[in-house]
Design a binder for this molecule. Sequence first.
Ligand SMILES: CC(C)(COP(=O)(O)OP(=O)(O)OC[C@H]1O[C@@H](n2cnc3c(N)ncnc32)[C@H](O)[C@@H]1OP(=O)(O)O)[C@@H](O)C(=O)NCCC(=O)NCCS
Ligand SMILES: [Zn+2]
Length: 220
Amino acid sequence: MMPRELVRTDGKPDRDDSAESDSMKIGPPVIHPTAIISEQAEIGAGTHIWAFAQVREYAVIGDHCNIGKGVYVDARVQIGSNVKIQNNVSVFEGVTVADGVFIGPHVCFTNDLFPRAINLDGTLKGAEDWLITPTEVEYGASIGAAAVVRCGVTIGRFALVGAGAIVTRDVAPHALVVGSPARQIGYVCRCAYLLERVHEEDGRLLGFCPRCDLVRDITP
Ligand SMILES: CC(C)(COP(=O)(O)OP(=O)(O)OC[C@H]1O[C@@H](n2cnc3c(N)ncnc32)[C@H](O)[C@@H]1OP(=O)(O)O)[C@@H](O)C(=O)NCCC(=O)NCCS
Ligand SMILES: [Zn+2]
């Protein structure tokens, strides 16, 4: 099968959605009556927040997101637009989620690399007694169901984390990682399908997507 076009670079969308996005922006967020949303949180236009979700103070959620049942969004978390977060995900302080990210059901982020409930003297730790280690999820990335993301990592743009993975290291853009600890087993397209014949050419990393029928430039 011949690719439709030689190389589709990573920087541009495959089709122009700008007109559609503008019309979709009309309308306030839609929030289920059982969701608990802090008055200090910011929720973008057209975002749906489903039953029993909680969004804490100073969290920011962009436009046209879907925040599933029982999702917890901690204080000061930043979530972009067009993000889908499935049921029962916990997004803790220190996590930043870019536009277009998919987070599967029961995914658990973390933010304390060396957790303890108590100080050395046995007293309960307060907010100032521990350090947040930040985590980034870049544009278009997907995280499979029930994955655990150890804090301090970056999940690169359009990367795909397999279901149940435990992510302990940075994930390269377009990488497919699975297992515990998560290891890279290939590269995926923007559409999430496995890329074939991944190779370097003129300093670029290229791979063929049989689903899109084109060669993707996935140069990090
Ligand atoms: C990782 C994933 C994309 C791979 O899909 P695929 O290319 O069709 O995978 P295959 O079934 O061909 O499996 C390829 C190999 O990887 C292994 N594998 C697949 N998914 C795996 C996972 N999540 N963890 C560990 N190993 C996995 C398979 O066992 C197989 O190994 P083998 O060759 O030794 O038998 C897919 O399995 C996955 O986890 N998708 C995410 C699903 C999800 O959580 N969606 C969220 C919304 S419901
Ligand atoms: Zn594709």
